[in-house]
Design a protein around this ligand. Structure first.
Ligand code: G3P
Ligand code: CA
Length: 295
């Protein structure tokens, strides 16, 4: 029956019913869709005591200089599910793997990364500061990392450092697509503008919201960026441990960084977090195998 044939009160009733149905569908299907996106990347969201996945922080920096290809190769050789790397743009717009805004700490050079061209960055020694065994190791480009990633079975967590505009962020999605690793890559950022730039330029690439302190409404914050998970630290989570359940009920993941001690791994497992980012991925793998076998 056409609604125009209904009396005004009946039409209002029908409209109210339609809105109620739509709201119910959003409440049911929204978390279900989010859960499926998070589960595609992380596996089923964890219950307390279940083994979290392991992400090697800046590669495996317990074995080789952080964010270099040797550290990445160590991570790929281990059993960890993810390798986490930090990315910045060179002065000439090439994404490179480096954590700090300057090259001072992790190379033999000095200056801001975004004021040096990729050719200049490539002249620097990014290994000697760590150990003479790694003398001459270079800062890798993101493209070099993605070549190795494509040959591995590991997933990548690419953190974009600083604030990226859309025109700069577009290169990330293009490179990931070009190397055929879009189905096992997530991008992460502490910066809202960067997450929005990634959402605009590569909407299908899953996003993680990094937060040093818990947002007032973590679910809303993650939804704002159409992201699949929140990544925070134990001190922040201690302030509101119920956040784990709240995220899971919304179908979203929750990950912790950077946990390097057995005590903190045990706490994270007990809370049911989905992933642990660690500087010692091989040790955590071994600990999980002994602590939560078969989960
Ligand atoms: O992924 C989270 C963690 O990597 C963020 O901290 O400073 O080590 O990049 P940071
Ligand atoms: Ca990082």
């Amino acid at each position: 029956m056409a609604t125009t044939l209904l009396s005004p009160p009946a039409r209002r009733g029908l409209t109210a019913s339609a809105i109620t149905v739509a709201l119910v569908l959003v409440l049911i299907l929204g978390p279900a869709a989010a859960r499926s996106h998070a589960a595609n990347m992380f596996g089923t969201l964890r219950a307390p005591g279940e083994a979290a996945f392991v992400a090697g922080h800046r590669g495996d920096r317990s074995q080789a200089p952080e964010n270099t290809l040797p550290a990445i190769e160590h991570a790929f050789a281990g059993a960890m599910v993810f390798v986490e790397v930090d990315v910045r743009l060179s002065a000439d717009g090439v994404p490179v793997l480096i954590h700090d805004s300057t090259v001072d700490r992790t190379t033999n050079g000095s200056g801001r990364v975004d004021e040096l061209t990729v050719a200049q960055l490539k002249t620097l020694d990014a290994g000697s500061w760590y150990s003479a065994d790694y003398a001459g190791v270079r800062i890798p480009t993101l493209a070099e990392f993605l070549v190795l990633l494509a040959e591995s079975r590991t997933k990548a967590m690419i953190e974009l450092k600083g604030t990226w505009a859309e025109e700069d962020a577009a290169v990330i999605g293009s490179l990931v697509e070009e190397h055929g690793v879009a189905d096992r890559t997530v991008v992460a950022s502490f910066e809202a503008e960067t997450l929005q730039a990634m959402l605009a330029t590569a909407p299908d690439l899953p996003r993680l919201v990094l937060a040093r302190e818990l947002p007032a409404d973590p679910v809303a914050e993650v939804h704002l960026h159409h992201a699949i998970a929140l990544v925070t630290n134990p001190d922040a989570l201690d302030e509101a441990p119920e956040t784990v359940d709240i995220m899971h009920e919304a179908g979203l993941g929750i990950l912790l960084y950077t946990l390097n001690e057995e005590e903190s791994w045990a706490d994270a497992l007990g809370m049911g977090v989905d992933g642990i980012i660690t500087d010692t991925p091989s040790s955590l793998d071994g600990w999980l195998a002994a602590t939560a076998p078969g989960t």
